[in-house]
Each structure stands twice: as structure tokens, then as C-alpha cells.
Design a binder for this molecule. Sequence first.
Ligand code: NAD
Length: 457
Amino acid sequence: MFAETIHNQRDFFQTGKTKDIYFRIQQLKTLKQAVIDNETAIFDALNADLHKPLAESFTAEIVLFVKETEYAIKHLKNWHKPKKVQVPWQFFPASAIIHPEPLGVVLIIGAWNYPFQLVIAPLIGAIAAGNCAIVKPSEIASHTSHLIAEIFNKYFDKSYLAVVEGAVETCQQLLAEKFDHIFFTGSTTVGKIVMEAAAKQLTPVTLELGGKSPCIVDTDIDLKIAARRITWGKFFNAGQTCLAPDYLLVDKKIKNNLLDEIKKCLHEFYGENPAKSPDYARIIDRKQFDRLANYLKNLKNGKIVIGGETTFEERYIAPTVIDSVTWEDPLMRSEIFGPILPVIEFTDITEAINIINSQPKPLALYLFSQNKNLQKRVTNETSFGGGCINHTIIHYAVPSLPFGGIGNSGIGSYHGKAGFDTFSHYKSVLKKPFLLDVKLLYPPYKNKLSLLRRIFG
Ligand code: NAD
């Protein structure tokens, strides 16, 4: 069933149309216009799937995409230009040029938490680099998935850009086909399945995965601002953000004050009862709700200090803070991906750095400190996909910063030029005139070795 779509896309790619820079720019403009035209429908779908607050839909799913598209349109001519590079003098006369070329037909698979943005943002790189693409949105955010299919059917030719809707089985059937690149956003577990399937076809992959992203809080901070930025980044989309701070590592001296401030922020953001706030999202489905509710039921050492309320019928979990957790608590054994913030205290920054380095490399890391030495130490002594100093999650919105994980949190990156690079092959070409043909390189090699050593050694 997909074989025909892929075949048609291969035929379309072979026409060479996507190699034309003006064609690509036009398609990016069409994509941007399609999103702008359908903004209200997108908001409605996200609300139906996640009860996503309008402002969060606008900032994280629409504006981010529009800005990324404009950035790609602005820089595409430059990215696309073949680049001359230096040639060692031994090869003179010669010139060397790197030509970016599109890969062909690519597959983009999305997750449910930002169901629109997570398939549409990688598509910017795929289009900019001159590829045809098949997009498979997450079936779990079903309203958004249907809407994406509807929009694409209206604005694009299927033999150029197509949407395939479906769940695990559909995804596995797609993975059995030959693509020129697979761009996957989702869990580390499924990432391994995707990579295994891709290996069978020798297809390169980009894996945008998750993990437990730490947030370190030192004493040298503006307490109110730090608390506000942490609370916002954690409880945005009810904590269902791959790069949300997963847990806090707080200096013991400041912990109680920080928790008091977070409590105040939650009140300021969501009022007396967050269940009644129009600005607080819901858990996507029953499976995720049960998983999160079980964390709260099965605490070993942790104590709920803020929130903890759950309402099954509404898939509501209150913004929750848990103090005194240990690594034995079930919620510290995997990515939380919900509105629960565990707190671990430290007495010395080396202790915090050692904790982070004993865990798989996270997608993000956040440090709150004005101490320049500490900023340097944490940046140099820990490994993570990307992050912020004195803020949370906003590095994702900067197109000049490549976004991606490392180790268990992912392979490869995108956004801005990194997105273009991900979907391009850099073809290296050395060009020589017929002028001068030094015979030194050719057999017979008799007596040439010592001269070769002098020239190349
Ligand atoms: P998931 O891995 O369950 O699903 C992602 C996609 O894979 C879906 O489209 C789904 O249909 C498909 N899929 C699921 N099981 C499959 C299987 N067995 N075989 C083939 N395909 C399968 O992830 P999710 O629950 O949608 O998303 C949550 C995860 O995604 C979290 O771990 C989160 O951190 C991560 N995430 C990462 C980023 C990032 O940018 N790094 C962004 C958002 C979410």
C-alpha cells in the first residue's frame, strides 16, 4: 500500500524538480501558508488531544514552526551553494568543492506530545534540502494526526509530500520499506526498534529520543526568577515535554526557599485549583495517566510536598513536587514525562555532577547559577544534548542551535542549518585540469619512494 506512494515519490524525485532551489523555497512558503490558514483548526485539534492551552499551542507548535521556516527560506541559498575548500599544494593545480545534494525519499515519524510541531519542523529541513517525504504522525494524538493528513492532501501532491496515518503496525510496515533517511521522534525503546529496522536496509537514522533531564540549582541565583522559569518549563504541556526538567538537584542551603517559591509560582500560574485553570493541559491518554498515577502511589522515600491530586475521568494530574526522593523511587528509574517534579538535594556541586555522570546522557541539562566557574564546570564536566543556563527549555526555539540528544537521548540533530545538513549528502569533488601530470604517483615506483617521502612526508 505504501510501496506505490514511495514508488511515485521516487519517480517525482528523479524528475529533478526538488533540486531547484526556487521550487524548495516555494514549497516552504506553501507549508508556512498551510499552517497559517489552518491555525484555528490546529488549535482545536491540540485542544481535543491534550487540552493544550491556546498560548502553549501558539508558542510551541505554530510560532516555532513559522520562525524556523522563515529562517530556512532566508538562509537556503547560502546553505545550498557548493563550497570551495582548500587543496594541499601537492595536488596543484586543482580545486575542491563540496556539493550538498538531497538524499531522496525520507520518512518522518512523530510523537504525541507536540504532535503537530514534531513532524512539521523536521519537514522544513527535508524540504529545504530537496527531498520528497512521507510523514507518519502519532496515532495517539488522533485529532492532530487526522488534521495533518487533511492539510497535506489539500496543499501538496502525494508524489512529493504524503501523510500516512496509523499505529504501531502501520509504522512497522513503513519501516520495512527502503527510505533514504528515517527521522524518528519518540521513546528510546522504540528508537532501538526503528534503528534495527533501518539497519536491515542500511538506511541512516536521526533519533530524537527522551531521558531524564536534570536541573541543577545553586545558591547564587535570583530565587524568584529561577523558581518561575523552572515551574514554567516543567509544567508547560503538563510536563509532557521531552526536554522538560525531569528532576531538580538543589543545593541543600536553598532547597526549602526554592520549594516555597515554586509553590507560589504554581498558585500564580494556575490559581487555587489547577484543575479549573484554562492554562493547564491534560495527560494524553489512560495509559500515560496510569503510569504517572502509579509513580505517586508507589513512592518509597519521596514525600509529596505540593499537589498530588489526580482525577481519572479528566486525565488530570495536579502539578506535583516530591521532596526527598532517592534513586530507589520508581519515578527515578525512567523518564517521568508528566507533571511530577522530584527533588534531590546536594551539599557540593561535585556530588551533583557525579550523579549526572552516573546516569545515561540526558537530552537536556539546566543550571541555575550566576557563578561563572560553576557554569564552566557543569558545561565541561557533564555530557548532554543541549540546555540552558538560568532558564529552561527555550534553547529549543533558537534556530542557530542544533537540537538533538546524545547516547540514550538520541542520534543526530535538526533545526536551522542542522536540519538542512541532516537531510543532505555532502558530495566531495576534486577537479583537475590536464595541465601538468607529474608521473611520480604512477608505477613503476622504482626509486620513487624517497622522493615521495620528501614530498608527502
Ligand atoms: P513512542 O516511541 O511510543 O512513539 C513514537 C512513534 O513511534 C509513534 O508514531 C508510534 O506510532 C511509533 N511506534 C510506537 N511503537 C512502535 C513500534 N513498536 N514499532 C514501530 N513504531 C512504533 O513515543 P511517544 O510515546 O509518542 O513519545 C514519548 C517519547 O518521545 C518520550 O520518551 C519523549 O521524551 C520522546 N520525545 C522526544 C522528543 C525529542 O525531540 N527528542 C520530542 C518529543 C518526544
